[in-house]
Design a protein around this ligand. Structure first.
Ligand code: ATP
Ligand code: MG
Length: 140
């Protein structure tokens, strides 16, 4: 059994529509424990740095403006194979292509407004967790 931690964001389109509780229920029902969570408003610099891997993509400016447009919930999820499991619970990037029952299929609006972020590897999870949380804030 591999217990992992992964980093998650409930994005502006979802906080705006009061979907925090429904999204958290999906994580908890499927065995992920929320071991840290806070609501914050991202700064432009934070959003640009967080999504720096996409800085050459045509949608980068739009992505940054979206991430700063409303508060977000940043969170750390823990459980067996949490990185992959969370990607399964989230569904594909484009809500139209996401499997039935996934967060993005149920709540996502379009590829930009897709309700959640989840780390794509254990290595990135550690980097992203450290970007928003101190060790003392992770309560397993
Ligand atoms: P995330 O990193 O947010 O969990 P992801 O790993 O499924 O999403 P990425 O390819 O890393 O997808 O893209 C990061 C984010 O950039 C997407 O979640 C989406 O909000 C936005 N994005 C990706 N592709 C497009 C696009 N073609 N047009 C607009 N926004 C896009
Ligand atoms: Mg990604």
């Amino acid at each position: 059994m591999t217990i992992q931690r992964t980093f998650s964001i409930i994005k502006p389109d979802a906080t705006k529509r009061n979907l925090t509780g429904k999204i958290n229920a999906k994580f908890e029902e499927q065995g992920l424990r929320i071991v840290a969570q806070k609501r914050l408003r991202m700064s432009r610099l934070q959003a640009q740095a967080f999504y720096a891997v996409h800085k050459e993509r045509p949608f980068f400016g739009e992505l940054v403006e979206y991430m700063v447009s409303e508060p977000v919930i940043v969170q750390v999820l823990e459980g067996e194979n949490a990185v992959l499991k969370n990607r399964e619970i989230m569904g594909a990037t484009d809500p139209k292509k996401a499997d039935k029952g996934t967060i993005r299929a149920e709540f996502g609006i379009d590829i930009g407004n897709n309700s959640v972020h989840g780390s794509d590897s254990e290595e990135n999870a550690a980097i992203e967790i450290a970007y928003f949380f101190s060790g003392l804030e992770l309560v397993g």
